[in-house]
Design a protein around this ligand. Sequence first.
Ligand code: PEP
Ligand code: CO
Length: 442
Amino acid sequence: MNTTWTPESWQKRPAQQQPKYDNPEELADALKSLSQLPPLVTAWEVDRLRGQFAAAAEGNAFVLQGGDCSESFDDCNSGTILRKLKVLIQMSLVLICGSKKRIVRVGRIAGQYAKPRSADLEKRGDLELPSYRGDIVNRSGFTPSDRRPDPQLLLRAYEYSALTINYIRALSEGGFADLHHPENWDLEFVRNTPGSRRYQQLLASLSDSIRFMEAVSAGELAQLTRVDFFTSHEGLLLQFEQALTRLERRGWYNLGTHMAWIGDRTRSIDGAHLEYFRGIRNPIGLKVGNSMTPDELIDVIRILNPENEPGRLTLIHRFGAEKIRTKLPVLAEAVLKSGHNVLWSCDPMHGNGQTARNGIKTRSFDDIMSEIFMAFRIHKDVGSRLSGIHLELTGEDVTECIGGPGNLSESDLTRDYRSQVDPRLNYEQAMEIAFLIAEQMK
Ligand code: PEP
Ligand code: CO
């Protein structure tokens, strides 16, 4: 891959998981409009995140990345965004207290609208239609017009991303995210459980520490009035990503998001996704699943991070609670031996899918926790380091994953299952995971 890179050079390679639009002029118009709209993030922010990832890879910070499997346009409302931000901030506080490290907060948010699917078509009865590929492509209803890939949705996705990021910026800049007012972050419906009592104690000791530090420094600590919060999404739909790729002083940046990752299904070595990603300056993620071999991984790393730049590449492994035992050690050893500087993060969600007896897609809290614990242990044994966690979660009280503090069973799944795609941890399950990881990191 030593040919010249341009934002469109990926178009000469096979691109997996792309929708088939039926009206090329309409698509071209939408992409042209997109390419003229202002960026959603700045190159300075992107560079700052790369620096924070470099610190995490060194062991001086820890990355918490989380959000929906797939955002929906309907969820672009104040309550849902606020609760998602809130659960991630609350989890980060718990992790700070456990790890005594800076936590880098990255949402799967403000652009996580495109989904890879295992089949191009979905059949119900006699009717066969294109699969639902996320709100940026088509609609989840099962009619021919719902499932038609609609170029206008590219523009809607940009707009919803902008509305979301605007609200996140306002919330994280002050007021809501001010550590002097942790009462903004009460646990709502998670009350009177051992987890909520631990959380109240943590907030109380945090407030004491802040009062103490401000007393000795004779003034308000300005850094505590705001939080850093970054956005990310899977860079799946390459025409959309290209339209938001802009030339800045230091090179080409995808300014539709701070971080983007390559999915496990689109990471082929000669494919369009690797070609696109190698040319942008953003910190990038690579999902690493069970089919990855050590040689292939090293080849991919060479393509994506030829200068061995710290903070550039996050390897997000997702093997499943059992397979991680055999898969991760060989890959982690190979990377260590190669001398490549990467950040390792564990996605304990995507290798642990299961189908409940009632046919509903779910994941078990215990499998998720067990993969996380194994990931810490294996990295430590091998001599590398787990520096991040990648979760699918929501700030709502949904019933999509079984187990956890509320001990949800398979029959609870039908009570409030909202995800159109993968099952997410609910608020209480997500908080419990933060506590368990914090204990592990102590
Ligand atoms: C995802 O993160 O939602 C996803 C599809 O992951 P993967 O590429 O690891 O399957
Ligand atoms: Co998912």
